[in-house]
Design a protein around this ligand. Structure first.
Ligand SMILES: NC(=O)c1ccc[n+]([C@@H]2O[C@H](COP(=O)([O-])OP(=O)(O)OC[C@H]3O[C@@H](n4cnc5c(N)ncnc54)[C@H](OP(=O)(O)O)[C@@H]3O)[C@@H](O)[C@H]2O)c1
Length: 261
C-alpha cells in the first residue's frame, strides 16, 4: 500500500491507556492516524512519540463533550489528511457513587462524555469526514462489560455504556448495506490510569485499601488478571481489517472471561 492510499483512522482519547494502544496498533497496521484528547501538551507528546516510531500520526485537541470541538477536530483531520475510513470512539470517563447522592453535574458529564460524544463524533465523521459516501468504513466504539451488566456504584457509567451498545446495534443495522461496519468492543478490567482511579474511588467508598480492591476485582476475573490495553487494541485492529467485513452491530468482550454474554 502506498503512503497516499493509507486509510485514515480517527481515535478519540488516544493519549493514554486503551486509546494510545489502539492508535499505535492501527498505525502499525498501515493506517494514517489522527488523534484527539483535551490536553494539548499530551497530544503533542503522543504525536511526537508515535512519529518517532515511524508512524504517520497527527492530532489536535478535542473535547468530545463539546459540539464545536468535535466539528473543529473532524474538519482539521479532513483538512490535513483527507476523508475518514476508520473511527474509534474511545474517549471516556468513569463515574458513579451511591445513586441517591449523585449530583446532576456528575450524571450529565458521564453521559455526555461516554454516550452523547459517540453520537456527535460519529455523525460528524459520517458527514464532514466523508464516511457516508464510502463503500468501506469502520466505526468501533469502546464500550465496556458495564454496557451489558449493571455495576454497583456505577449507575451513570453503566447507563452510558449500555447506551453505546444500543447505539452500536442500531447504527450497525442501519449502515450494514453500505459496507460500513459498526461494532462495540467491551473491555472488562484493563490496567490503565482510569483503572487506577476507579480502584481509588472504590477504596474510599468501601473504606478499605486500593490493594484490597485490586484483590477483590482480580478474584472476579476467570483469567486471574486484568487485560492489557494491547489486548483490547488487538480486537479493534481486527475489526478494522478486511477480514472483519461481515461483523457488524456486535458488542464483543475483551475481559478474561469476566462476562460471558
Ligand atoms: N480501563 C478499564 O478498565 C476500562 C474498562 C472498560 C471500558 N473502558 C473504556 O475504555 C476507554 C478508554 O479508557 P482508559 O482506561 O484507556 O482511560 P484513560 O487511561 O483515562 O484514557 C482516557 C483518554 O480519553 C481522553 N479523554 C477523557 N475525556 C475526554 C474528553 N471529554 N474529550 C476527549 N478526550 C477525552 C483522555 O485525555 P484527556 O484527559 O487529555 O482528555 C485520555 O486520552 C473509555 O471509554 C473507558 O470507559 C476502560
Amino acid at each position: 500500500m502506498s503512503t497516499a492510499e493509507a486509510p485514515l483512522a480517527l481515535v478519540s482519547g488516544a493519549t493514554s491507556g486503551i486509546g494510545l494502544a489502539v492508535a499505535r496498533l492501527l498505525a502499525t497496521q498501515g493506517h494514517r492516524v489522527f488523534i484527539g484528547a483535551r490536553d494539548a501538551a499530551r497530544i503533542e507528546a503522543t504525536v511526537k512519540e508515535l512519529r518517532a516510531e515511524g508512524h504517520q500520526v497527527a492530532g489536535r485537541t478535542l473535547d468530545v463533550r463539546q459540539d464545536t470541538s468535535v466539528r473543529d477536530f473532524v474538519a482539521a483531520a479532513v483538512d490535513q489528511m483527507g476523508t475518514v475510513e476508520v473511527l474509534v470512539n474511545n474517549a471516556g470517563r468513569s463515574g458513579g457513587g451511591v445513586t441517591a447522592d449523585i449530583p446532576d453535574d456528575l450524571w450529565h458529564d458521564v453521559i455526555n462524555t461516554n454516550l452523547n460524544s459517540v453520537f456527535r463524533l460519529t455523525r460528524e465523521v459520517l458527514t464532514t469526514g466523508g464516511m457516508r459516501h464510502k463503500t468501506r468504513g469502520r466505526i468501533i466504539n469502546i464500550a465496556s462489560t458495564a454496557g451489558k451488566q449493571g455495576v454497583i456504584l456505577g449507575a451513570p457509567y453503566s447507563a452510558s455504556k449500555h447506551g453505546v451498545v444500543g447505539f452500536t446495534k442500531a447504527l450497525g443495522n442501519e449502515l450494514a448495506p453500505s459496507g460500513i461496519t459498526v461494532n462495540a468492543v467491551c473491555p472488562g478490567y484493563v490496567e490503565t490510569p482510569m483503572a487506577q482511579r476507579v480502584r481509588e474511588g472504590y477504596a474510599v467508598a468501601y473504606d478499605t485499601t486500593e490493594e484490597a480492591i485490586l484483590e477483590r476485582f482480580t478474584a472476579k476475573i476467570p483469567l486471574g488478571r486484568y487485560s492489557t490495553p494491547q489486548e483490547v487494541a488487538g480486537l479493534v485492529g481486527y475489526l478494522a481489517s478486511d477480514a472483519a467485513a461481515s461483523i457488524t452491530a456486535q458488542a464483543l468482550n475483551v475481559c478474561g472471561g469476566l462476562g460471558n454474554f
